[in-house]
Design a protein around this ligand. Structure first.
Ligand SMILES: C[S@@+](CC[C@H](N)C(=O)[O-])C[C@H]1O[C@@H](n2cnc3c(N)ncnc32)[C@H](O)[C@@H]1O
Length: 250
């Protein structure tokens, strides 16, 4: 892992990605980065309260499904909760990458993230070598990435052949009653409380990004197109969220 950490610092970002001519992040990426920068101080608190701590249970389920047996990368790591869950389960060092410095700072301060190696980087151009990680995971992050297919290709690129890519994301529940409750909660209650506590409009964006997000089937197909085989979808808690699990083709 010491060598890994050094590579994180030294591998230059690829330059064929959605950046404007001056080399800066594109508009959507910049907006997302600034938004998470603003809500970083209250991000964990809001997650716990708004999900009644279910978010942490989902992360632990993701770790169990991914069955890590080697180096793990957590992309869009934010404040490091998924990375911490992997570190707790494996005892191994885990790498967490995110492009939002204020989120990473929160993660670095956490006791549970002691053994996590954080690095700043764009999910669309991961500053990491190919074919390296046993598990490449992302929780509630890929939905925010400006180019989904490029983001998925990057997850697959850095996984070792035969390694797993695990994506934990919100999805639309299917049942009529639960679907209606979900729309009410996501459409009204969550943005109201989230915006109030974070003192921003971020939770209005988060709400619409979930409602406009790809279906489970579409995400599974796109993960396959990015280079994964045997893609499985595991719905969680009445289908509010799901783990997509794929194996990088050897
Ligand atoms: C909703 S948070 C999820 C954080 C964490 N994975 C969790 O489970 O709480 C989304 C994170 O994705 C990051 N993100 C979005 N687009 C990114 C990109 N292109 N490159 C790196 N990080 C990105 C944001 O900075 C933010 O920290």
């Amino acid at each position: 892992m010491a060598q890994e950490a050094q590579e994180i610092q030294e591998t230059p970002a690829r330059n064929d990605l959605p950046r404007d001519e001056s080399g800066a992040l594109d508009k959507k990426s910049r907006r997302v980065q600034q938004m998470f920068g603003r809500i970083a101080p209250r991000y964990d608190l809001l997650n716990r309260v708004l999900s009644l701590n279910t978010d942490q249970r989902w992360r632990r389920r993701t770790v169990r499904m991914a069955k890590p047996a080697g180096p793990v990368l957590d992309v869009c790591t934010g404040t490091g909760d998924l990375a911490a869950a992997f570190a707790h389960a494996t005892g191994d060092q885990v790498v967490g990458v995110d492009f939002c410095a204020p989120m990473l700072v929160r993660g670095k301060d956490k006791k549970a993230c002691r053994s996590v190696r954080f690095a700043r980087g764009d999910a669309l151009a991961l500053p990491l070598p190919s074919d390296r990680f046993d598990v490449v995971a992302v929780a509630f992050g890929i939905r925010n990435v400006a180019d989904l297919d490029q983001g998925l290709r990057e997850l697959v690129r850095v996984a070792r052949p035969g390694g797993r890519v695990a994506i934990l994301e919100f999805t639309m529940p299917r049942g009529r009653i639960f679907g209606a409750f979900y729309k009410l909660y996501f459409g009204r209650i969550l943005p109201f409380l989230g915006n109030l506590v974070s003192r921003s409009r971020a939770y209005t964006y988060l709400n619409s990004s979930v409602l406009e997000w790809a279906s489970r089937e579409e995400l599974a197909q796109r993960l396959q197109a990015a280079g994964c085989e045997r893609v499985e979808v595991h719905p969680l808690t009445f289908g509010i969220a799901a783990v997509h699990l794929g194996v990088k083709a050897s």
